[in-house]
Design a protein around this ligand. Sequence first.
Ligand code: URA
Length: 435
Amino acid sequence: MHSVIEIIKKKRNGEVLSSEEIQCMVSGYTNGTIPDYQMAAWLMAAYLMDMNEEETAALTEAMMYSGDTIDLTSIPGIKVDKHSTGGVGDKTSLVLGPLVASFGVPVAKMSGRGLGHTGGTLDKLESIPGFKVDMSAEHFIDQVRNHQIAICSQTKSLVPADKKIYALRDVTATVDHVALIASSIMSKKLACGSDAIVIDLKIGDGAFIKNIEDAKSLATLMIKTAKRMDKSLVAVVTSMEQPLGFAIGNALEVKEAIETLQGHGPADFEEVCIHLGAEMLLMSNTFQDHESAKNACIEKLHNGSAYSKFCEMVTAQGGELAYIDEIESRIKNSFSKAFLSTSSGYIHSISAMDLGLAAMRLGAGRETKEDTIDYNAGIMLHKKVGDFVNVGDTLAMLYTNDEHGFEKSASHLESAYIFDEQPPTPSPLIITKYA
Ligand code: URA
């Protein structure tokens, strides 16, 4: 039996912990014998003193086996999963899942909720009336077998350790740490049972990872952890300097995802979906080269196949299909307002973090896990980085049902935009890939 205080002290002093010591922390915290204050101290020690590859793998395994794991082997074919490290306007899973499934590739995806400035796939899907994200493991497996796609919430019994530890990290300033993020993501992905995983590793202002060095460390750690478990993993680093697409907010993002599935989405968002879709198709051995896979994705977005797979998923999960057709008229907000430019010039940057926070203050996100979400609230950008604007031009439309929403979001909006007389140098959206 290890002493919890000794384990905390060892990490605090920068020593390497054994897998047994890490297992002791994880199981003790999950079953309630280790209190929040000791786990918080240990997390902060790990945050400050770091963990090596073996410790990260041990933490991943301890969390992965803290509850049930899902066995997808009864579903034929290579099962692919996708995970985003989180961003603003990131509705990628809504398009990518149906797109890849429309090739007959099984996509078994468990998603999360938004917190703070980032959005969550489950909240976006739940903005569709009737859409159910809670399902048993058996139901999840059946749906993937019958429809090639299911997107649901993590069942209670799946990786309970991460659920508890993540909530504690969230309130102890220990989220943005490479080894802790790697073990958190990988424990969930590995427990979900897919054979191949594509990580959309977001970097930039609106992401948890701010620079390419940390992105490389995170990708390397995740690749090594996946290999240990005999899974393949590719991490595509994509930019989260400005929001993806034009829509921020749950129903608004579903609308934009539908437009993209119908072949007329925003160029930046479509580029990310097609690139990641091609990676997933390569991993499933559906295509042998990226170019052919990309072209096939473009075709499925334009010929209605990806959209019809999305509708099939909505119906299978109890969502109201009529809502999808009528979404434009069904998104209702009591208050709307244009956010006008007070400068003229080229938009040099739009802080994804600030706009994510502004959307949250309009009601689209939660500050704490207990907050409720207003599905219809949010922001529609009218301009993006590189556009030229004059004083008085509309930068974005704001939507809310909170009479104080505009005041609450004002400071974030005002600090979000930087203008310049010269156009900015274009920066790539798809930055690099680690495999
Ligand atoms: N997403 C996760 O699932 N876990 C983290 O720690 C960070 C992002």
